[in-house]
Design a protein around this ligand. Structure first.
Ligand SMILES: Cc1cc2nc3c(=O)[nH]c(=O)nc-3n(C[C@H](O)[C@H](O)[C@H](O)COP(=O)(O)O)c2cc1C
Length: 180
């Protein structure tokens, strides 16, 4: 798929068929996503793939305040926990912050990686949606996340059962400022 077409036609997919997601394809998606840019090429993003009982545990324990996400995860074939290695992106070697954004570059890098992942999934004919509303501690516990890693976001993945219309976008004129 052509890049601009891929960017414009990717949609958040919240309903999936019962078809399993091929692990080979997941590896192909991550093979593409690992080319996303990152702070000093630190490549801190990691992908923990949940299916079956592990996914069910997360659906049952990690979305107390948001039933919509819990139902979606319980019905989807696969859930990706996007994690990151702490204290690399945005940090100096001595452990101090490089910029005023302090540790926020970690999440910035994961955001870029998440979009690269979702675009690659779309190119492979799979649907995805990034989830930001979840109980981070419950996720960390469910996947036995090592202390040196954090949870950035979740990505639900599967074969799309719907073909949603794009939510309205702002006009370019509202978004851009040219200065000289
Ligand atoms: C950081 C982030 C967090 C999000 N969290 C959720 C979520 O918790 N649940 C959900 O259904 N969608 C979530 N979304 C999906 C957005 O609602 C969606 O991207 C937006 O409405 C635009 O639709 P589109 O992705 O189809 O273009 C999230 C997206 C992003 C980037």
């Amino acid at each position: 798929m052509e890049a601009i077409e891929c960017i414009k036609t990717r949609r958040s997919i919240r309903s999936f068929t019962d078809d399993a997601v091929d692990h080979f394809v997941v590896n192909e998606i991550i093979d593409a996503a690992r080319f996303a840019p990152s702070w000093k090429n630190t490549q801190i993003a990691r992908y923990v793939i949940l299916e079956g009982d592990k996914k069910a545990l997360v659906a049952d324990t990690a979305f107390k305040s948001f039933e919509g996400n819990a139902t979606m995860v319980s019905k989807a074939p696969m859930l990706v926990v996007l994690t990151y290695i702490k204290e690399r992106s945005g940090y100096e070697r001595d452990g101090s912050y490089t910029t005023k954004k302090e540790d926020r570059w970690q999440n910035f890098d994961c955001g870029i990686a998440a979009e690269a992942f979702c675009l690659a999934a779309h190119d492979k004919g799979l649907g995805s949606v990034i989830l930001g509303i979840f109980d981070e501690d419950a996720i960390a516990k469910a996947i036995n996340l090592p202390a040196e890693q954090g949870v950035a976001a979740l990505i639900v993945l599967g074969h799309p059962a719907v073909d949603p219309v794009a939510p309205k976008r702002k006009e370019v004129s509202e978004l851009v400022t040219f200065l000289s």
